[in-house]
Design a protein around this ligand. Structure first.
Ligand code: F6R
Length: 359
């Protein structure tokens, strides 16, 4: 029910702090340990490589999952688009483990991969929001996202829920292997910090609405740039913006822009820089300078410890690899307000359906 909300998307953005707390309740105990089916933990611990397979927003969440899983489990992770993987299957490792990410659990592109991995007898897990969905029934194991129904076509809370559940899974496997990086990761505490920070950003929605008017009211295109997890967030932020506001948006690895795409920067082109990673902050700032000198209208989203007073949006610090859970929130609101201001239907963008059941 969207209740007093004008659009489901806004309600679903607002739901995210609650979803983080729910995931923490469902998947951690009072000692702060991750609580996940032992069989899943054993299978992943036993594998030599994890393959994440997904489409769209779920694919973008998969990249953040890769960063978390590799840090905590020390197992290499590959992230693949379902629609490519099935027809151009890469050479698999000896003991692969497959993770399918699918909000709906019904995406045909992902299912065709699962049919093949099942034929090969390879172990699989589906992370989905829908109990009893096709991908859930056909995979060996399921972890539910507990995000509540997602109605708006543009996915928001499923993205953050997927990252949070992957973080718990990474912690569970990492702890099982006795990895220090994982033992030091207090997931329950970090998710509660995240929920509170999400609330502070959501409370600033009218500030974001005003910034969107300043930056996006007349533009036909926009860029998001970042490095590492900030690049992964840039991919998702640009998908969100383009799919509902129809502003042509691209998410770019900040360092790659100058290898061609910078040619598209004109006077007034909005460039959103995402800066949450201390290792790469200075480099991304350098890339923002490069585009600014070519006329870009820069908009910086930064964690407080890395921020400058001139940055447009400053977010309280959180656990570094979990920063996508909070840096994505302003970008969801940016997409929402850009769409509203252009007078389009936020929940039902043209040409799109909520679940894509054809290949
Ligand atoms: C974007 C969006 C789509 C879906 C994609 C996969 O906002 O909703 O890109 O993420 O179609 O859907 P699921 O996760 O249901 O497999």
């Amino acid at each position: 029910e969207k209740g007093t909300y004008p659009y489901y998307m806004l309600k679903e953005i607002d739901d995210q702090p609650t979803v983080m707390r729910r995931i923490s309740q469902e998947y951690t105990n009072t000692l702060g340990d991750a609580v996940i089916d032992e069989k899943i933990i054993e299978k992943i611990t036993d594998s030599d490589r994890i393959y994440i397979v997904a489409c769209g927003t779920s694919y973008n969440a998969g990249w953040v999952g890769k960063a978390l899983l590799e840090r905590m489990t020390h197992i290499p992770v590959e992230v693949h688009l379902s629609s490519e993987f099935g027809y151009n299957m890469p050479l698999l490792s000896e003991k692969p483990f497959f993770i399918f990410l699918s909000q709906s659990g019904e995406t045909a592109d992902s299912r065709q991969v699962l049919v093949q991995t099942n034929e090969l007898g390879l172990p699989s897990l589906t992370l989905t929001n829908v109990a009893g969905s096709t991908l859930s029934r056909e995979a060996d194991y399921t972890l539910l996202l507990h995000a509540g129904p997602e109605i708006a076509v543009a996915s928001t809370k499923a993205y953050t829920a997927q990252i949070a559940v992957l973080a718990v899974l990474a912690k569970a496997v990492g702890d099982n292997k006795g990895n220090q990086s994982s033992l030091d990761f207090d997931i329950a505490h970090e998710l509660s910090v995240i929920a509170a920070v999400m609330e502070t950003i959501i409370d600033e929605k009218m500030v974001i609405s005003q910034l969107v008017e300043d930056y996006l009211s007349t533009t036909r295109n926009a860029f998001y740039i970042g490095r590492g997890v900030d690049y992964y967030v840039s991919m998702e932020a640009s998908l969100k913006l383009k799919e509902i506001s129809y502003i042509q948006a691209e998410g770019f690895a900040a360092g790659e822009l100058k290898h061609g795409t910078i040619a598209l920067i004109e006077e007034g082109t909005p460039v959103f820089g995402v800066i949450t990673d201390q290792k790469t902050a200075a480099h991304t700032r350098g890339n923002l300078k490069e585009v600014e000198s070519r006329g870009a209208h820069n908009f910086v989203i930064a964690l407080a410890s890395l921020a400058k007073v001139t940055d447009q949006l400053i977010i309280p610090d959180v656990y570094p690899l979990l920063s996508p859970l909070v840096s994505i929130i302003p970008t969801q609101l940016i997409a929402y307000f850009a769409t509203l201001q252009r007078g389009y239907d936020v929940d039902k963008p043209r040409n799109l359906a909520k679940s894509v059941t054809v290949e």
